[in-house]
Design a protein around this ligand. Structure first.
Ligand code: F6R
Length: 611
């Protein structure tokens, strides 16, 4: 949440920062702002998307070669110009941007109010900034020292970047709990929440760790810990191409990412699914196979869409590996007193690898002796660094706020992990193992066939775009798919939607059904198929508007509705990977049909780094 960008070097800072903010807008778009230092320290900020700031600054001469920028997802204080970052210190000497939450800001603010500080925003950021300013004034020390002292007193999560009028060639940055990457150019440095604003200037980057402080000039990067010891930066080469973070001719990132799935799934399988040898090769699983196959219990921890992937994995792992699985919302797990034993394996699923609740939950489980296995998309992310082992999903950067390709890649990785464990444990027959390998291998081509049907899905979507409520139903492996379909629709179209186990609906939700309610069934051929068709009859009898995702060639539902979306036949274990794709497209077309900004749905942010 919140995106930060900063630049120091020999080029004009504003265009670099502005472009970077547009790339990071997925992290929040309640307001944006920049501070530029060119003899004077000028701050410009605007409520709304980055384009509002750009319009406001159009034609303004901005020559500074050092600056900081921020795009905000509001936590403390409503979205407004005055709560937008950067903030200025009381003395006007410092400007600061911040991503995270300062939990003890209220106590710090009381002290500062008593000292005569006046606040111009409702943010915790302005409190931290003036706390630093106060230390600077009272201790007569360097800014670096003041930041260090302040951060030792701060509770919470942060990345901060400061611009100092009295040191016009230097940026100071620090991190705890929120991401910060620094790109190293020729006599210039780029700072950002992720690598996307940096990639077109340099591929050499340093990921800053918790409790590290960076002092950055055009030609110098000095890293220290909060104890003032110098740390040698670990310079890495970025494995990311510019094309991966651009729309590539699609109207929206979400549509691009939905259409990328045949490739992302292929990339996820590549090098792992060895069809020639009839085996699955996964280094992270192989190295820890003993622990995994002898786990007393697997606890899956995740949020949102990743949690839905976890639910599918629960069904698959219990079926194939015969290991008990629990799926936990990270935000619940971290605050209760869960029982975690040494023989337990925690699987953390996260696209961003930065989700605060998931991160804290696994840290807690790690302290209790559990092994942490990450299923993550972003290489080198905070959760990756806390995990003992893991498997990346290789879906590439996901920029649309609603998760699509990351979800299907998570399902693919989790299925392969389950298969690998089951094979080692001998809880799966060789025939079934080979069959499921072939099924996985066929997924990219089948996904391609579903996407070729996008026009039909669009027609169905537009027929239901004015609905005010939706029900998504599925059984077995398709129940989590129904949950995910409902979540996608809520996020993108702002239509109220509920996902439910199809058979459970008669215990309550059926009361919602009338001739206005679209009820979507994920009704592909599986062990429950006949029962699901009976559930559809029950909705039909109450005049609900039926929509169904069905297996190609299945005519059992022809008389119930014309809104049938066929998908290729697949084993029921593999089907969720395919069945979710029409639901992603359905939400997309409904959102677009309602004239909404599907890449930046209201109130949401891609990476939830606050609790
Ligand atoms: C939904 C969505 C969110 C995320 C959730 C977890 O479309 O994107 O529900 O799935 O915030 O994020 P990660 O996977 O980054 O931990």
């Amino acid at each position: 949440m919140c995106g930060i960008v900063a630049y120091v070097g020999h080029q004009e800072a504003y265009p670099i920062i502005l472009k970077g903010l547009k790339r990071l807008e997925y992290r929040g778009y309640d307001s944006s702002g920049v501070a530029l230092l060119d003899q004077e320290l000028n701050v410009f900020k605007k409520q709304g998307k980055v384009a509002e700031l750009e319009n406001a600054l159009n034609g303004t001469q901005l020559k500074a070669t050092i600056g900081i920028g921020h795009t905000r997802w509001a936590t403390h204080g409503e979205p407004s110009d005055r709560n937008a970052h950067p903030h200025l210190s009381k003395s006007g000497r410092l400007a600061m941007i911040h991503n995270g939450i300062i939990e003890n800001y209220a106590a710090l603010k009381q002290d500062l109010l008593a000292k005569g500080y006046v606040f111009h925003s409702d943010t915790d950021t302005e409190v931290l900034l003036n706390f630093i300013d106060d230390i600077l004034v009272n201790n007569n020390c360097s800014l670096e020292e003041a930041v260090r002292i302040a951060l030792k007193r701060v509770v919470g999560a942060y990345v901060i970047v400061l611009l100092d009028k009295e040191n016009p060639d230097t940026l100071i940055a620090a991190r705890k709990g929120s991401p910060l990457v620094i790109g190293i150019g020729k006599d210039e440095h780029f700072l950002a929440s992720d690598a996307s604003p940096i990639i077109e200037y340099t591929k050499e980057v340093v990921y800053i760790n918790d409790y590290e402080l960076a002092i950055i000039k055009g030609d110098q990067l000095l890293l220290k810990n909060l104890g003032n010891e110098v740390i040698t930066p670990f310079v890495q080469q970025l494995d990311l191409e510019l094309a991966a973070i651009e729309k590539g001719g699609y109207d929206h990132f979400m549509l691009k990412e939905i259409h990328e799935q045949p490739h992302t799934i292929f990339d996820c399988l590549r090098g792992r699914l060895d069809m020639a040898k009839g085996d699955i090769v996964m280094g992270g699983v192989q190295q820890h196979i003993d622990k995994l196959m002898h786990a007393n219990r697997i606890i899956i921890i995740a949020c949102g869409t990743s949690w839905h992937a976890g639910l599918v994995a629960e069904y698959i792992i219990e079926e194939l590996c015969r290991i008990p699985v629990e799926v936990e919302y990270a935000s619940e797990f971290r605050y209760r007193n869960p029982i975690v034993n040494k023989g337990d394996v925690i699987v953390a699923i996260s696209q961003s690898g930065e989700t605060a609740d998931t991160l804290v939950a696994i840290e807690k489980a790690k302290e209790q002796g559990a092994m942490i296995f990450g299923v993550l998309n972003v290489v080198g992310s905070s959760i990756a660094r806390v995990s003992h082992a893991g498997a990346y999903t290789h879906a590439g950067p996901e920029i649309g706020v609603a998760s699509t390709k990351a979800f299907t890649a998570q399902l693919v990785v989790l299925t392969m992990i389950a298969l690998k464990i089951a094979k080692e444990k001998k809880s799966i027959s060789p025939e079934r193992f080979q069959h499921l390998m072939r099924e996985l291998n066929d997924v990219p081509a089948k996904a391609e066939r579903i996407l070729a049907n996008a026009e039909l899905i669009k027609e169905v979507a537009l027929r239901h775009a004015t609905a005010t409520s939706f029900l998504f139903l599925g059984r077995g492996y398709n129940f989590p798919v129904a949950l995910e379909g409902a979540l996608k629709l809520k996020e993108i179209s702002y239509i109220h939607a509920e996902g439910y186990p199809a058979a459970e609906m008669k215990h309550g939700p059926i009361a919602l059904v009338d001739d206005q309610l679209p009820v979507l069934f994920v009704a592909t051929k599986d062990a429950y198929h006949e029962k699901v068709v009976s559930n559809m009859q029950e909705i039909n009898a109450r005049k609900g508007k039926l929509i169904a995702v069905i297996t190609e060639g299945d005519h059992t539902m022809d008389s119930l509705t014309a809104d049938l979306i066929p998908v290729p036949a697949a084993d029921e274990l593999i089907a969720p990977i395919l069945n979710v794709i029409p639901l992603q497209l359905l939400s997309y077309y409904i959102g677009v049909g309602r004239g909404l900004d599907v890449d930046r749905p209201r109130n949401l942010a891609k990476s939830v780094t606050v609790e």
